[in-house]
Write a protein that binds this ligand. Structure first.
Ligand code: HEM
Length: 169
């Protein structure tokens, strides 16, 4: 008889039921597009994982990589919380660049609109410094997930940095 230590997945906590459409793994279906006035345009691949352990919180991990070489690039991980009884949502995020952030916003159906509520960086972070981030996740009618990220830095106003779509993997 097979012996396994794996435990049955706990049921999703009702407090985060409204976010169940995010759960699982996603992979960019075509290269994401990166831009900003101060850098050359670039393309990237990305995988997203949204999981839970039965707590009233969703765990996430985003791993971006180079389209051709597959070399790891930007990485983020954190937690998503919903304010009970409301559509207020918070993303609590750590980025490999040394930035930590809380983004807050609203859940409307299968769309999340977020912007920076609090932000901190390492004392030795290189410039330009990020001042503000706004981002949207949207589950489209064709089953694809779309993410758009804009940022303002110490020398540029709020402008799009990333746009990417994912399919379930
Ligand atoms: C550049 C922030 C996500 C790839 C930058 C810069 C900042 C930044 C501040 C420097 C801009 C300048 O020099 O004026 C962020 C933030 C992100 C994010 C806050 C998430 C919210 C990503 C992702 C990728 C990426 C997912 C995918 C690979 C790049 C590249 C550059 C860049 C290739 C140009 C080269 C470099 O400066 O490293 N980003 N980024 N970024 N970002 Fe992002």
């Amino acid at each position: 008889m097979a012996c396994t230590l794996q435990q049955a997945a706990p049921p999703l906590n009702p407090a985060v039921l409204a976010l169940d459409w995010l759960l699982g793994s996603w992979e960019s279906d075509e290269p994401g597009e990166g831009s900003f006035p101060t850098i050359p345009p670039f393309r990237y691949s990305e995988t997203l994982h949204f999981t839970h352990v039965g707590q009233p919180v969703i765990n996430f991990m985003f791993n971006a990589s180079h389209v051709e070489s597959k070399k790891p690039m930007h990485r983020e991980c954190g937690f998503i919380r919903l304010q009970p009884g409301t559509n207020r949502v918070a993303f609590i995020i750590a980025q490999n660049s040394g930035l930590v952030e809380i983004e807050e916003g609203e859940l409307t159906g299968q769309q999340l609109s977020l912007k920076t509520h609090a932000l901190a960086r390492t004392s030795f972070a290189k410039e330009p410094h990020v001042q503000q981030i706004s981002r949207e996740f949207r589950l489209r009618g064709d089953g694809k997930l779309e993410q758009t990220v804009s940022m303002a830095t110490s020398d540029q106003p709020l402008m799009q940095h990333l746009h990417i779509t994912y399919r379930r993997s």
